[in-house]
Structure formats: C-alpha cells, structure tokens
Design a protein around this ligand. Structure first.
Ligand code: DAH
Length: 355
C-alpha cells in the first residue's frame, strides 16, 4: 500500500516539473512503460491472496485511471499551446498597409480625371457616365447633327454595323442626351470617358479621353459658362490668374459656339500656363442648341444652359510635361513609374491637386 503512496508522490513531483511533450512522454514511459512503476505493481498482484488482490486491483486501477487522465490532459494542454503559438506566429494584420503598394502607380489620365472631378464637384457638378458603344442617334442625330452634316465625316467614326446604326462614340456629348432623357432639369454634370476616332499619330490616338460638361437650368448665360471655365482652368493648372479667350466657332449642338484658348509662354524650355503671348486651344463650348433640348424633351423656352468638351489626354500632357500621346497607351511600366502617381495621394481641391 505504501508503495502506491510512494509511487503517487513521485509521480506528482515529476509531473510538476514537466516542461514539454517530450518530458511528458518520458514520464508516461517511466510509470506505464513495460517496466514502469505502475506496470510493475500489476505484476505483484499474483502473490496476493484473492481478497487482498481484489482491493489492491481496485486501488491500482483507480490510480492508473487518475494518472492516465492527468497525462492525457497535459498532452492536450501542450497541443493547444502549440496551436496558439502557431496562430500567433502566423498572424497577418490585414489592417496594415502592404509595403509593396509603393510599386503600383496611378496612370496620369486616371489622376487627371480624379483632379477634374474634384474641381467640378466643388461647384456642384456630379459625374455621369455612358457606354462606349453608342447609337448613331445619340452620338449624332439627337445632337443636332443630321445625316448629311459634314461633322460626321470629320469625326472619322468607327461604325460597328453595315447600317451605321451602332458605333464607338466619337465624343462624350451623347451622354448629354442620355442624361437629359433620363431625368428632369436642372442638370449639372461632367462626363469623363473614353472616345474613339479612326486616327493615329503623335498627338492622336484611336482611343482617347474626353470630358464633357453640361449645365442646364433657368437663366443660365454665357457669363456662367465663362466663369465656370475660368475657375476650372485656374484650379486645374494651379495658377491664380489665367489669360483666356473665347474664339467664335461652330458645333452643331451649341449656338453660339466658341473655342477657348489659354495664354502661355515658354520659359527655360518649360511651358508656363496662364500668361505670355502664345495661345493654346483647349476646349470647345457653347450654349446648348434649342434643338438638342427639344430632342431630349426639355422645354427650350423655360430652360437653357451651356456645354463644353475637352480632351483629357491633352490636358494631362500639358500639365505634366508629357510630349507623346502614344506613350499613354503603351503600358510601359518604366514610363508609368516615372509619370504615374502614388495610389494613396488622392487629389482633392483643398489639399492641393498635385504635389
Ligand atoms: N464634342 C465636341 C468634340 O468632340 C466637343 C464639344 C464642343 C463638346 C462643344 C461640347 C461643346 O459639349 O459644347 O469635338
């Protein structure tokens, strides 16, 4: 009996010093292995008389169960510890910014679209969009450009069917039509987007980007148009004053129509926008033609407004000193890492557009 007590004591002492699974395995062999202290006790039973044997066996089995469950529980504890440690070591903090984000760059065209959207949203314009594949009606007819109008040839249109009913939009102006047909005045939108013409050289690409503007309300005048564009150009080129002129022009969808030039000069081989005696054409604009309003179910006797359209790629080239348009669409990573922008540097008016 006292043997069992000793065994129990010795087990408790050793058990309390167990540090890992190996120690525990050794302890298990020491007591339950072939020649382990407990196993040996079972062998002594043969020499006992039946009554003693019964009691002894009962006690021995109780101790055996007790110790085995202690050992098993300890094994489980070590396993849990291991798992927890592993989870801790392999933990990924998904809220941390990934370091490699520095490698990605925002294309100058995307950056400029964000800049422009920010500038116009400050004065109440919202961003509208339309599809690249457009109907001939929205792209031309509804914009007061009848079938025999020379502007159709000037646009070098990519038609998508024999009947010339579907095309790749040649400008963002059809979104004027979509917007007005789908809502009620007033309208105050800008439309950045892809446009297509069958043309390609250093300053023309078959796919390029335009920005359309449309503001329709009661009592809108050319004064509003002028103020709006003056504000936009100053903000975009980040200059306090801008030299600007409206030159009479012609577009089927506006009357009167104008083209806007801005003053510039070359200083130390660099272009300085806003001053100087050279002129640069940057956009077309005018007062929306009453026929366009009629075509979109807007009453021209109650509502009027202005529209404008400009090339985004050209604006990006001017602002960021890029001289070949084709590089925009070549997806050359070296070019992009030079001219691209930090993804986290989102342009806003109040924080500065480009830094
Ligand atoms: N859609 C014209 C073009 O692609 C640009 C344009 C001129 C748009 C005058 C307008 C506008 O909205 O009023 O050449």
């Amino acid at each position: 009996m006292s043997d069992l007590k000793n065994i129990l004591n010795s087990f408790e002492n050793k058990f309390s010093t167990v540090k890992n699974k190996d120690d525990l395995q050794n302890l298990k062999s020491e007591f339950f292995g072939k020649n382990g202290s407990i196993s040996l006790q079972f062998k002594t039973m043969g020499s006992l008389n039946p009554e003693e044997r019964k009691n002894f066996a009962k006690e021995l089995n109780t101790i055996k169960d007790q110790l085995t469950s202690k050992i098993e529980k300890k094994f489980k504890d070590f396993e849990n510890l291991e798992i927890n440690q592993k989870l801790k070591d392999e933990k990924i903090d998904i809220t941390l910014p990934i370091r490699s984000i520095q490698n990605g760059k925002i294309h100058p065209v995307s950056q400029v679209i964000d800049e422009i959207s920010s500038i116009f949203s400050e004065v109440g314009f919202s961003v509208a969009e339309g599809p690249d594949v457009e109907s001939e009606h929205n792209n031309f007819t509804a914009l007061n450009t009848p079938e025999d109008h020379p502007a159709r040839d000037m646009h070098d249109t990519f038609y998508l069917d024999q009947d010339k009913k579907t095309l790749l939009r040649t400008h963002t102006s059809p979104v004027q039509i979509r917007t007005m047909l789908n809502g009620k005045p007033p309208f105050k939108i800008i439309v950045p987007g892809r446009t297509y013409r069958c043309d390609s050289d250093q300053t023309h690409a078959p796919m390029f980007h335009q920005l359309e503007g449309l503001h329709i309300d009661k009592n809108i005048t050319m004064g509003h148009l002028k103020g709006c564009l003056n504000y936009f150009i100053r903000e975009f080129f980040e200059v306090k004053k801008i030299k600007m002129r409206f030159r009479p022009s012609h577009f089927p969808f506006t009357e009167p129509s104008a083209e806007v030039d801005i003053g510039y000069k070359i200083e130390n081989g660099k272009i300085v926008i806003g001053e100087g005696d050279k002129w640069l054409e940057i956009l077309g604009c005018g007062m929306v033609h009453p026929n366009v309003l009629k075509n979109t179910k807007v009453d021209p006797n109650k509502f009027q407004g202005f529209a404008f359209g400009m090339g985004i790629d050209r604006l990006a080239m001017l602002k960021y000193g890029i001289n070949d348009l084709r590089a925009f669409f070549e997806t050359d990573y070296r070019w992009l890492s030079h001219f691209g922008f930090d993804p986290l540097d989102v342009p806003t008016n109040y924080r500065g557009l480009s830094r």
